[in-house]
Ligand binder design. Structure first.
Ligand code: CP
Length: 321
């Protein structure tokens, strides 16, 4: 495969290869091998049309650990603000020799448009497009779940019960996760207010519930989602108090989870609305660990798309420096 646009495009073997590669890379980092020469001489452009803290930074760290030349492009401050199109932006980057473009865009489908076009010759990696998908987030989430829920080195997530709670309607994280987690054999349940559950959810490969308290005792990993006010008409904002009462995660609800269960959040968190500080700062909450895992997973994706035949053949990782 040349691009990573959607978690739905990943077969079970693809997903396991990325997760296993990320595990090997994480172990190298743990052994103080901070840099690999794999992408030396290759140029990766981080093309961000929407704000980001975690994804943008961790892609940059991942690219630098693989010795790529990194160009950070933010729509703010670029000629996009003067009306330049995605096509002309892509052609400009191609003219500068981009081998890969990591793109975040407010429009669902923008990364697919780039991947299908002849504007760029390199790989396209989706870093979040509108309400569509965020595949590397789902991969780092699966990586985190696998570490916590499969201590016996099981490779997939067969039979694990994952509950995803909150603004499913606007969540690209939920969409990528439902594809990837079911590909890996997990059972996914969405819990959301009826106004924040997508129309047609009955056709998704998941269970649906409106009762968080009933689902908690049957959950191995609980993923809280942010309410994305920036994608909503103000008339549809849920009130913070009502939302927290029915769908927020607090210490009382955390006690209803099985002892082994973890609490996840892709970030950014809105403390007080979907998650209390007591939960966010508890040892069961993996939000910071997810960020660290994101670097290994993004290294694996870049490695396999741009330089990865060596790894894909299960040989030793490239020479270290
Ligand atoms: N989880 C995530 O995508 O966070 P950022 O928006 O900060 O990149």
């Amino acid at each position: 495969k040349r691009h990573l646009v959607s978690a739905a495009d990943l077969t079970r073997d693809d997903a396991l290869l990325i997760l296993d590669t990320a595990e090997e890379l994480a172990q190298l980092s743990g052994r103080a091998v901070k840099k690999l020469p794999t992408l030396r001489g290759r140029t990766v452009v981080n093309l961000f049309f929407e704000d980001s803290t975690r994804t943008k930074t961790s892609f940059e760290v991942a690219e630098k650990r693989l010795s790529a030349d990194v160009i950070n492009f933010s729509a703010k401050g670029s000629s996009v603000s003067k009306g330049e199109s995605l096509k002309d932006t892509a052609l400009t980057l191609q003219a500068m020799g981009a081998d890969a473009v990591v793109i975040r865009h407010h429009a669902s489908g923008a990364p697919a448009r780039l991947a299908q076009s002849d504007w760029l010759r390199g790989s396209v990696i989706n870093a979040g497009d509108g309400t569509h998908e965020h595949p590397t987030q789902a991969l780092l989430d699966a990586f985190t779940m696998r570490r916590h829920l499969n201590p016996g080195n099981g490779r997939d997530l067969a039979g694990r019960r994952i509950t995803i709670v909150g603004d499913v309607l606007h969540s690209r994280v939920a969409r990528s996760n439902v594809h990837l987690l079911t590909t890996l054999g997990a059972e996914v349940t969405f819990v959301a207010p009826p106004t924040l559950m997508p129309i047609g959810i009955e056709n998704w490969p998941c269970q649906v519930s409106y009762d968080l308290d009933a689902v908690l005792p049957k959950t191995d990993a609980l993923m809280m989602l942010r309410v994305q006010r920036e994608r909503m008409n103000a008339a549809f904002f849920p009130t913070e108090r009502e939302y927290s009462r029915r769908y927020g995660m607090d210490g009382i609800r955390m006690a209803q989870l099985p002892e082994h269960a973890i609490v996840m959040h892709p970030g950014p968190m809105v403390r007080g609305m979907e998650i209390t500080a007591e939960v966010a700062d508890s040892p069961r909450c993996t939000v910071v660990e997810q960020v660290a895992n994101g670097v290994s997973v993004r290294m694996a994706v870049l490695y396999l798309l741009l330089g990865g035949a060596v790894f894909a053949d299960n040989a030793e990782p490239a020479r270290t420096e």
